[in-house]
Design a protein around this ligand. Structure first.
Ligand SMILES: *Cc1c(COP(=O)(O)O)cnc(C)c1O
Length: 427
């Protein structure tokens, strides 16, 4: 067993840990990480005894806060009954129930659920579905994807090909993955006309248009209006292209409605879900298709089947705790809590507008963003938040909060207060 790592010493860096390789980190210069030992609600306790108020909710997943007893009971019960079985030729109630509940919650006839274990893979499956949908329809040559600047859909090679090139390190990996089509979101008349023209020209090559709905998360928490999704739905219909909506970040209440596409009143052809699906406890993802997509895979020809099947597909522990998470959305006033968080974020982040170096302050649901002109030293800024007893992780040009929906008013004020004070001190 590893000893807990010692408290952060500024002279040490991540490479001084003997074995771990950290995500998105230059290990030689990344600061030595803090070590978490316990969680409760919106608090994280560190190995050195400090307690942090959490503004990130475990990469946007822990929507009910940490250690919710209802989720813990579901896990314990499922672990005692059946932690895992293979999903080939065998199903189980936790998966059947979860699929039915997701189908009931999602708009329109999004009703066929394919389970995987990470967001990236759920999106990979969505792309495979889209390409094969056209092949099974007897249309050939529709193998490309169109995605948008500022988008993020995961870190696998396939997903890198549809992420914003700046984020996905395209130049470094040039030639490794297929070239896709990158466009600007149709935010105004001109960009809508441009996209329409592009689809008219290259539509016969394109299997699907892929977007994050309302918020491009990892691309810098960039917001767009619901009518952008309506535009995309109309353009896809006009050009016979499938619309894939990546609700991995936005799904399960984050923007104020259960799913972001509800605000636009549209029904995508395929939706990907993950992050908050299990309330931040287990790795699980789902790709959900509309009936007309699924029906194209029905045939007496075996080659028309969807050829995908992760080893841990529909893991019963993960499905059981996802069901418990959906119980909480029914039993506890989550969307009301999101509305209250939205109000409080608007009020308490507003003073940031007056701080020199702040370019924008924006809030949608339980997402609060302060965009700066630039962040010179993200590590120093992150350390300042830890020193204030908060867990806030600035990236790119933004400082943001995506708290648990169960965060208390006082805890949220601790977070917003830290942002205001730290940005003021830095200005
Ligand atoms: C996090 C995220 C992904 C990738 O999910 P992983 O589980 O990290 O593979 C994909 N799309 C969006 C919008 C995300 O926020």
């Amino acid at each position: 067993m590893a000893d807990p790592i010692s408290p952060t010493a500024p002279e040490k860096n991540a490479a001084d840990m003997p074995h771990l390789w950290l995500p998105y980190s230059q290990m030689q210069t990344a600061p030595f990480p803090v070590e978490a030992t316990r969680t409760q609600g919106s608090r994280i306790t560190l190995a050195d005894g400090r307690e942090l108020t959490d503004g990130v909710a475990a990469w946007w997943t822990a929507c009910h806060g940490y250690n919710h007893p209802h989720l813990q009971q579901a896990l314990i019960h499922q672990a005692a009954t059946m932690p895992h079985v293979m999903f080939g030729g065998m199903v189980h109630a936790p998966a059947r129930t979860l699929a039915a509940r997701l189908a009931a919650l999602l708009p329109g006839d999004l009703e066929r659920v394919f389970f995987t274990d990470s967001g990236s893979v759920a999106m990979e499956v969505a792309l495979k579905m889209a390409v094969q949908f056209h092949i099974n329809s007897g249309t050939h040559g529709r193998t490309r994807m169109l995605s948008f600047r500022g988008g993020y859909h995961g870190d696998t090679l396939g997903m890198m090909s549809i992420c914003d090139p700046e984020e996905g390190m395209h130049s470094l990996f040039a030639g490794v993955f297929p070239e896709q089509i990158l466009a600007d979101l149709p935010l105004d008349e001109q960009s809508t006309a441009d996209l329409d023209a592009l689809l008219a020209e290259r539509g016969s090559e394109i299997a699907a248009v892929i977007t994050e709905p309302l918020v491009q998360g990892a691309g810098g928490m960039l917001f767009h209006a619901p009518d952008v999704l309506q535009t995309l739905r109309a353009l896809c219909d006009r050009h016979g292209i499938l619309l894939i909506v990546d609700e991995i970040f936005t799904g399960f209440g984050r923007t104020g409605t259960m799913f972001a596409c509800e605000k636009a009143g549209i029904v995508p052809d395929i939706v990907a879900l993950s992050k908050a699906l299990t309330g931040g406890t287990m790795a699980l993802a789902a790709t959900v298709a509309r009936r007309h997509v699924f029906e194209k895979f029905l045939s007496d020809d075996a080659d028309r089947a969807l050829m995908h099947g992760p080893t841990f597909m529909a893991n019963p522990l993960a499905c059981a705790v996802a069901n418990a998470s959906l119980d909480l959305f029914e039993q506890e006033p989550r969307l009301k809590q999101v509305a209250a968080i939205e109000d409080q974020l608007r009020r308490e982040l507003a003073p940031c507008r007056a701080i020199p170096g702040v370019r924008d302050v924006r809030v949608m649901g339980a997402i609060g963003v302060v965009e700066l002109d630039k962040i010179e030293d993200a590590d120093a800024l992150r350390r300042a938040f830890v020193d204030r007893g908060t867990w806030v992780r600035p990236f790119r040009r933004i400082v943001y909060l995506t708290p648990a929906f169960t965060i208390t008013t006082e805890e949220l004020s601790t977070l917003t207060g830290a942002i205001v004070d730290i940005l003021k001190a830095r200005a």
